[in-house]
Write a protein that binds this ligand. Structure first.
Ligand SMILES: [Zn+2]
Length: 269
């Protein structure tokens, strides 16, 4: 039952995320009905059922017959898969003491949802919307509050210390990319990536944040080298670093131990 509910919500949220990506990336309001990109005809509810509408309409607009991108249903399915995965993984990463901790599930589903919007926006438009950075930072603060107050039983001084240490962690994790950004005068990477590393450190803490950054460097480097060998994209193209950072972020939430194990095997310590 859980599975069906979470998978279905994933499809519906995936459809909402597509709207967020397309509107936030261009600074448009997220309110109001959706229109066909091509003929501007307002889309009705039966044009907007995740995946199903796409299949029934054979991927074309009902009014002007222009094709919709396959990216949209794919993003919906992707969101659904990540939601199910996150739901099960967060069973083992409960922040509270209770076996079925709905708060943890919702916190991590929200986190993965924001990461999905960032990923899609970066892949589609090479933009990471600021609204999503702020939202992820706020979720990070909620997590710090929850862990330090409800689990750690900290008083106000303790909570303040934990928030401050989150901010310092953010600054430390951001430092390497900020340096690259300043040295290359912004030609090496976008400032969105730099901001994301700050949020990463705030949310994950210093060591996990640095781990996520490391995964970003390694996977981004490997893919970049392969693309260079295949002569796809010259050396002058900006490195799309965002998707790799987002991958690192997700892996460090749920696979921290496995990542440490692999890294220690590789370096032999
Ligand atoms: Zn149309």
């Amino acid at each position: 039952m859980d599975f069906v509910l979470v998978a279905t919500s994933g499809l519906i949220f995936g459809s909402f995320f597509n709207v967020l990506v397309d509107r936030l990336s261009f600074g448009k309001t997220i309110l109001g009905r959706s229109n066909c990109e091509s003929c501007k005809h307002e889309l009705s509810w039966n044009d907007l059922i995740p995946v199903i509408s796409f299949i029934l309409l054979k991927g074309k607009c009902r009014y002007c017959k222009k094709s919709f991108s396959i990216q949209y249903p794919l993003s919906e399915v992707f969101t659904s898969v990540i939601f199910v995965l996150t739901w099960y993984l967060s069973n083992y990463f409960l922040l509270g003491f209770v076996r079925e901790d709905l708060f943890t599930h919702i916190l991590y589903l929200t986190t993965s949802g924001i990461l999905i919007v960032m990923l899609l926006a970066d892949l589609r438009y090479q933009i990471i919307p600021d609204e999503m950075q702020v939202a992820l930072g706020l979720i990070g603060l909620v997590k710090i509050l929850y862990v330090s107050y409800f689990i750690g039983g900290n008083n106000y001084i303790g909570i303040f210390t934990n928030i401050w240490s989150g901010i310092v962690s953010g600054a430390i994790v951001m430092a390497p990319l900020l340096l690259v950004f300043l040295i290359t005068k912004g030609r090496g990477m976008g400032f969105g990536d730099v901001k994301l590393t700050f949020v990463m450190g705030l949310f994950l803490g210093m060591w996990q944040g640095l781990g996520a950054l490391y995964i970003g460097f390694v996977t981004g480097g490997v893919v970049g080298a392969i693309l260079l060998l295949l002569k796809l994209g010259g050396r002058k193209t900006k490195i799309p670093f965002g998707p790799y950072l987002i991958l690192g972020f997700y892996l460090m939430i749920f696979f921290e131990q496995e990542v440490y194990l692999i890294v220690s095997r590789v370096y032999g310590f």
